[in-house]
Design a protein around this ligand. Structure first.
Ligand code: COS
Length: 383
């Protein structure tokens, strides 16, 4: 990434993340992809580095840095193992952010302080079997009962669903007013009736567990409402604006890894008496891949800078996510092609990059949704 305008601290975070990713995360990536083992010990160390509360102020136990530092760190982690980047992205972009901006003092004390240090892992639970892209259609119901709320329903696609301590769960409190009736709740693991179910058997991102959750008469105290009753949909969407920047950084990490592996392989592999890298067709492929990675870097950093400056960044976040996830898939696919038969084996990693890349076009808003968001923004912005 270009580093012209990075501050000393941003530079330090970037270098620390890069070293940690190369020394601690990368070595076990192939094994975790095969076994699906959750990187519990790695996350503990990530927490100790302050990377599970990067943008949380120090008064709540966080590192007190900005979005630019966050994307630099996340990109390096994703480059080593994109599935390890998932819980880090969810924690920073979604869960920490929601508690920081909408949590009461009590909830900040109860959860944010433990999330920011990495003592707790957090999950975000919006999607349901019949409400994915059309998030406003969620049917999980929360009904008031004295000082508590009783939740019933079914959630799916919850990242880190088996390993989280606290879940931000969105439920409908007043179906008549549709999305204006959605409310956010903080639910602790082991709450009776709150049951993370089967782990999905996915194409990629194997070290990240994705689960469904059944909620049967789950009693949640009123004090665990995040924000106001009826504010949940807006909280979910605003958090996803940051989340999409995180997924863009993750996609960029995958694309960079695919590019670098391709360049190294092309220099070593002899074809028709000369290195693959000396063949013009390969050079063309590498040039296209490099250009796409550079353009994605710009969009990721632009979105992060805008968010840090307090400017509206809905369009920039969606553009970064749409573009970076698209090129991550293109670059990873091309990397497999450059590696030929070897690229199709697990030994050369690029096939994992190709499998891992796919979901970046799906989660935290599909590419189709990002196009809708961008179009709506430009239709508003341009007279
Ligand atoms: N940032 C801030 N506010 C947003 C927002 C965003 N990105 N997107 C929507 N909103 C607000 C709108 O401004 C609108 O406010 P009002 O009630 O004041 O009018 C409200 O939310 C409803 O939005 P809208 O009318 O655009 O709703 P739609 O159902 O037409 O579309 C989309 C909303 C499709 C953009 C939204 O549902 C979406 O992003 N879906 C994808 C969900 C997703 O990413 N799921 C993945 C979860 S993680 S696996």
């Amino acid at each position: 990434m270009f580093s012209l305008e990075f501050s000393d601290i941003q530079q330090t975070i970037w270098e620390t993340a890069k070293r940690f990713a190369e020394e601690v995360i990368a070595p076990g990536a192939i094994d975790r992809d095969k076994s699906g083992e959750f990187p519990k010990d790695i996350l503990k160390q990530v927490g100790e580095l302050g990377f599970l509360g990067i943008m949380v102020p120090e008064e709540y136990g966080g590192t007190g840095l900005d979005t630019v530092s966050y994307v630099l760190a996340l990109k390096e982690i994703a480059k080593a193992d994109a599935s390890v980047a998932i819980p880090i992205s969810v924690q920073n972009s979604l869960v920490d952010w929601i508690f920081l901006h909408y949590g009461s003092d009590l909830l900040k004390e109860k959860y944010l302080k433990h999330l920011a240090t990495g003592e707790y892992i957090g999950a975000y639970s919006l999607s349901e079997p019949d409400a994915g892209s059309d998030a406003r259609m969620i049917r999980t119901r929360a009904e008031k009962n004295g000082n508590d709320w009783i939740l019933n329903g079914f959630k799916n696609w919850v990242s880190t669903g088996h390993h989280s301590d606290v879940y931000v769960v969105f439920a409908q409190t007043n179906p008549e007013i549709q999305h204006k009736g959605i409310t956010a709740f903080a639910i602790e693991k082991d709450t009776p009736g709150f049951e993370p179910m089967k782990k999905e058997d996915k194409m990629g991102m194997h070290a990240s567990d994705t689960v469904s959750i059944a909620l049967t008469n789950v009693k949640v105290p009123n004090e665990n409402i995040i924000g106001k009753v009826g504010e949940g949909f807006y909280i979910a969407m605003k958090a996803l604006n940051g989340g999409r920047i995180g997924i863009a950084a993750q996609s960029l990490g995958i694309a960079e890894a695919a590019l670098e592996r391709s360049v190294r392989y092309a220099k070593e592999r002899l074809v028709m008496g000369k290195p693959l890298a000396d063949h013009e067709l390969t050079q063309y492929k590498l040039a296209q891949m490099a250009m796409k990675v550079s353009a994605a870097e710009m969009l990721v950093l632009k979105a992060a800078f805008l968010r840090d400056s307090g400017a509206d960044h809905i369009r920039a976040a969606s553009e970064a996510k749409l573009f970076a996830s698209t090129i991550a898939n293109e670059v990873a696919r091309e990397a497999v092609q450059i590696h030929g038969g070897y690229g199709y084996t697990r030994e050369y990693v690029v096939e994992r990059l190709m499998r891992d890349a796919k979901v970046t076009e799906i989660y935290e808003g599909t590419s189709e949704i990002q196009n809708i968001v961008i179009a709506r923004q430009i239709l508003k912005e341009i007279d």
